[in-house]
Design a protein around this ligand. Structure first.
Ligand code: SF4
Length: 281
């Protein structure tokens, strides 16, 4: 399957099964979204949505937030990850918004990245959600899912993944594709253990195809090894070799017949666990 075909099938599947997607962050304007996206770094949207109502009630505009010290902001966001540095980022972001942009969130992605706490991914998220830009923010979910699916190949960092995805998705699908990949990574293609059994993308997933091929190879190799070790059933018992223990019984024959397949199952399970452990590492 070519990469172009993979993209086409993946887009078709998501269009059919996830037609309406969007950010799970709660916001009413660009300022509120910017605050929420800064807080969402290394944190769940659910947790962010729990703290933003009180935070934005206390600091409803960039000018209110610009007057606050990080220590004033900290109590409102202490339950999110990295609250100290995020309090500093929010304070710095608001002050620069007021001093350099008249208190308005700029729609230019380069200008956005001059704000404290706003990197390329955050600027791109603002770009697609608030300003209708065709860009591809790459977070940990997008990076992982696009690599597993085979939409990216050998990307060593988010920027390389972004470049490949931007080239692979038709421009008009980029904003929604970001949400597709994020939500799929959040709820199905989990980092530690992807739920391939519940995923409709298996026919076009590179990771799934590789996993299945590996398992089949392992099973075939082990079956071959077991059959070579297994005693040959000639039906003849030479005089002098026959002992009481070796005498065939119906129960013993059933156990002997069952043993290779049991061993295969056990070894296959162990192999799967080792492979899973290696992937987790
Ligand atoms: S088949 Fe598995 S690895 Fe591939 S996208 Fe689906 S959940 Fe992820």
């Amino acid at each position: 399957m070519t990469t172009a075909e993979r993209y086409r099938h993946v887009i078709e599947w998501f269009r059919t099964h996830m037609p309406d997607v969007g950010s799970e962050l709660h916001y009413h304007n660009a300022y509120e979204l910017l605050v929420a996206v800064i807080l969402s770094a290394q944190c769940t949207d659910k947790r962010v949505n729990m703290v933003t109502p009180a935070l934005l009630d206390r600091f409803p505009t960039p000018r209110h937030l610009a007057q606050a010290e990080p220590e004033d902001i900290y109590p409102y966001i202490k339950s999110v990850s990295y609250p100290n540095s995020k309090a500093q980022h929010l304070s710095g972001m608001a002050r620069k918004l007021v001093s350099d942009f008249g208190g308005e969130v700029p729609d230019d992605l380069e200008a956005l990245q001059t704000l404290p706490g706003v990197g390329r991914k955050t600027a791109n998220v603002m770009g697609i959600i608030m300003f209708g830009k065709s860009v591809m923010p790459v977070d940990t979910h997008v990076f992982r899912v696009s690599d597993r699916l085979g939409l990216t190949t050998g990307a060593k960092n988010p920027l390389q993944a972004e470049q490949q995805l931007t080239a692979g998705f038709p421009t008009e699908w980029l904003p929604v594709a970001h949400h597709w990949l994020i939500l799929h990574g959040r709820y199905v293609c989990l980092a530690r253990k992807p739920h391939c059994e519940a995923c409709g993308l298996t026919p076009w997933c590179r990771y799934y195809a590789t996993e299945m091929a590996d398992l089949e190879t392992t099973a075939s190799t082990q079956k071959h090894a077991v059959s070579k070790k297994a005693p040959q059933k000639t039906g003849k018992i030479r005089p002098g070799n026959r002992t009481a223990d070796a005498r065939p019984t119906s129960a013993g024959k059933a156990a002997a017949d069952a043993e290779p397949s049991l061993r295969e199952d056990t070894e296959l399970t162990a192999t799967r666990k080792q492979k899973s452990h290696r992937k987790t590492e």
